[in-house]
Design a protein around this ligand. Structure first.
Ligand code: UDP
Length: 327
């Protein structure tokens, strides 16, 4: 059985579908703070899922999961993920993300589980010194969210040396899109991300999509990011798990499309793909947004045998279909 922490959340649940499609049995452990029970119910219709509502901050709860189930490996998503909130309330992030992970790792040590795939982020790099960003880029996260992820990566290094726990850290760029069959999708409240915000403005006519700044040093003045499809990300977790089984070796990988898209390009693509005219306004820059971030994924292609298959158009289309299915 595979344990997915945070499996009721956005990327965790898409990862769960990937494993279920491959015939694995899953245990999903989630406190349902960001995850949704509706998502768990959708997953249960697809395959063999045991859901345990629990919190990683409770060491006994997670230890019991290992004692009561035969877990082969862990895919670890559980954690808070809002950059702005992490700046305002770092204690919440350090306590939840770090202590939660330490408890999870303790459970692994006690119950002799040796493999973990960790959901990391390109936020571990901080300001881009060069693009595309490869895995050797300096790591200077600029907010507590990114710092918690980097600290966990360091903890995993030490736990490999001391306890033989092998880990793969996957540093994603901007996750985008939804399940191709619209069974699950992205739901954050409040929504802060670009593509869901554009899509929501289609369905909620009272909303106006805001472009945060057109005065960046980029060709059209808006920020450039790397939008990687969530099903492609899910496949990378599966390949990372297989890599651990085969090589029993820790490593880290960037995951992105290697192609930067500006906010205006994403907006125009959304209008084209959906055939909708979308209201927008241009506002000030959002604090802390770097101008350009996109990935070099040579390493994941070479060592994990992974490739990004879905285009920005497909990500936007699936996000649109999912949002439509919610009405
Ligand atoms: N963005 C925007 N309007 C929005 C949400 C985001 O213009 O309603 C911009 C944001 O400034 C950034 C890019 O879109 O340049 C991607 O933002 P997102 O929050 O999706 O991801 P981030 O790269 O910050 O993790």
């Amino acid at each position: 059985m595979i344990l997915i922490t945070g499996g009721a959340g956005y990327i965790g649940s898409h990862c769960a579908i990937n494993f279920l499609n491959a015939g694995y049995e899953l245990v999903i452990f989630d406190n349902l703070v960001n995850g949704r029970i509706e998502t768990v119910n959708s997953l249960k219709k697809i395959g063999n899922v045991k859901f345990i509502q629990g919190d990683l901050k409770n060491a006994e709860e997670i230890n019991n999961v290992f004692k009561e189930n035969k877990i082969d490996a862990v895919i670890h998503f559980a954690g808070y993920l809002e950059v702005e909130e992490s700046v305002k309330n770092p204690a919440k992030y350090y306590q939840n993300n770090i202590i939660g992970t330490l408890n999870l790792l303790d459970g692994m040590i006690k119950n002799n589980v040796k493999h973990i795939v960790f959901s990391s982020t390109c936020a571990v790099y901080g300001e881009a010194k060069y693009t595309p960003i490869d895995e050797n880029h300096p790591k200077n996260p600029v907010n507590p969210y990114g710092k918690t992820k980097l600290i966990i990566e360091k903890i995993l290094e030490d736990y490999d040396n001391a306890y033989g726990i092998k880990s793969i850290c996957l540093r994603y760029f901007n996750a985008a899109g939804a399940d191709s069959l619209s069974r699950i999708g992205e739901c954050h409240e409040p929504e802060i991300h670009l593509i869901p915000n554009i899509i929501k403005s289609i369905f909620k006519k009272e909303r106006t999509f805001k472009i945060f700044g057109t005065d960046y040093d980029t060709p059209d003045g808006t920020c450039i990011r790397d939008y990687i499809n969530v099903e492609d990300l899910a496949q990378a977790h599966h390949l990372a798990y297989l890599f651990l089984k085969e090589n029993n070796k820790s490593d880290c990988f960037n995951l992105g499309t290697e192609k930067g898209s500006s906010v205006k390009e994403v907006f125009n693509t959304a209008e084209n793909v959906t055939g909708e005219k979308i209201n927008y306004e241009i506002t000030q820059r959002r604090a802390g947004d770097p101008a350009i971030l996109y990935a070099d994924t040579t390493k994941a292609k070479k060592l994990l045998n992974w490739k990004c298959e879905k285009s920005l158009e497909e990500s936007i289309k699936s996000a649109y279909n999912w949002e439509k299915s919610q009405f």
